[in-house]
Design a binder for this molecule. Structure first.
Ligand SMILES: [Cu+2]
Length: 96
């Protein structure tokens, strides 16, 4: 009985670690061009390059972003950005 319990205990301890998927990135960075800004909606449309960290090809899409990240942005501007892959919301946008 004792070896069985020991094996069970070992499996319980090892289980969660083994079940863990490869750590998803907490912050993802990308680069792109501003296509449109909607300050009222708190969103910006970017054409961004590929983002391998989250398997995204290049595309044009709308992102939610905090007001401070939208400040001073203009259509046509080249930017780098960070986004939270859990929500797909931008956390910062920096003109290049
Ligand atoms: Cu995209």
């Amino acid at each position: 009985m004792r070896p069985v319990l020991a094996a069970l205990a070992a499996a319980l301890i090892a289980g969660p670690a083994l079940a863990q998927a490869p750590a998803a990135p907490k912050v993802v960075t990308g680069a792109g061009e501003v296509k449109a800004i909607d300050a009222k909606a708190g969103s910006v449309t970017l054409h961004h390059g590929p983002i391998p960290a989250i398997n995204w090809p290049a595309m044009t899409m709308k992102f939610k972003a905090p007001p401070e990240a939208l400040k001073g942005l203009k259509p046509g501007q080249a930017v780098t950005f960070t986004l939270d892959p859990a929500s797909n919301e931008l956390t910062s946008v920096t003109p290049k």
